[in-house]
Write a protein that binds this ligand. Structure first.
Ligand code: D54
Ligand code: ZN
Length: 280
């Protein structure tokens, strides 16, 4: 499988000059859930691979790309987080079948040679969101059900950011090398995700927005706190957040997103809050 979408690292001083098309070309990832395909984007930010697998009647196998990944199997030196945002399906890792219902996740260990995605019903396909980072130790492959993960309810209706944060690939739930992932669901009538916002220069992050109604959008905020930019994001689209960037968003109505991080530590709370008067 050839990975044709490769994103380079951008210096924040360069990003200041980007127009809308350039910002989207560098930081927005769309087309992830093209039915019957696996889509992969390689980012030199944290060497994330961001992907979607949407199997129909034929199961789909995750293959490496020697030129991009540099190893025979995709996970020879990587770990993988899989979140199912579609109908029920299975992920088979080296012959072990893991059933993933809607919103369930799977941590896949480094060194797994064979990963196959399937849908239970092609008429209601599973949609597997994939996020992979380099890894240097093998930890156990583990299914994480949303109901069994760690949940936090944050924010208030008055500030329109009442939301449930479910920490799924998190040190209290599953052991990983550097990958930390979870899901944040906005309560009905709430639209802001993380605001006041933060940066964490030690780690980069990717947001995948979903449960976005066809006629709704999320205005994703990025950039240096004093030099913000925005991306208008539709359902099933992801945004790469460099280490120097804020990552926050406001929807035209409630939505859900999966956040995933890689970098220098796995401490979810390691964030540098940005004071409101620093934002421009
Ligand atoms: O570093 C942590 C991440 O930015 C997210 O987990 C934030 C988030 O889900 C939220 O506030 O709604
Ligand atoms: Zn963050």
């Amino acid at each position: 499988m050839m990975i044709t979408d490769v994103r380079q690292v951008c210096h924040p001083e360069a990003v200041r000059q980007f127009d809308t098309d350039a910002l989207r070309a560098h930081f927005l990832v769309d087309g992830l859930f093209d039915p019957g395909t696996i889509q992969l984007t390689y980012s030199h930010i944290e060497r994330f691979v961001i992907g979607g697998a949407t199997p129909l009647a034929t199961p789909l196998r995750l293959e490496s790309d020697r030129a991009t990944i540099g190893s025979a199997n995709f996970l020879d030196r990587r770990e993988l987080g899989v979140f199912n945002i579609g109908g029920p399906g299975t992920v088979t890792t080296d012959g072990a079948v893991h059933a993933l219902g809607p919103r369930d996740a799977l941590y896949v260990a480094m060194g797994t040679t064979d990963v196959v995605f399937a849908s239970d019903d092609p008429a209601r396909p599973a949609k597997f969101y994939l996020l992979s980072t380099p890894a240097h130790a093998r930890h156990a492959t583990k299914v994480v059900r949303a109901a069994e993960a760690k949940s936090l309810v944050l924010g208030d209706q008055a500030t329109a950011n009442r939301r449930t944060i479910t920490q799924m690939i998190h040190p209290d739930v599953v052991t990983s090398c550097q990958l930390v992932m979870g899901m944040t669901q906005l309560a009905e009538g709430n639209i802001w995700n993380t605001m006041p916002c933060h940066v964490h220069d030690r780690r980069s992050e990717v947001y995948l927005y979903f449960d976005v109604a066809p006629d709704a959008r999320v205005i994703h905020l990025m950039g240096n706190p004093s030099e913000t930019r925005h991306l208008i994001v539709a359902d099933g689209e992801a945004v790469i957040s460099p280490p120097w960037s804020i990552h926050s968003g406001v929807g035209t109505r409630a939505y859900t997103f999966i956040w995933g991080m890689g970098g220098d530590n796995i401490d979810y709370t390691d964030m540098d809050m940005v004071a409101m008067d620093q934002l421009r």
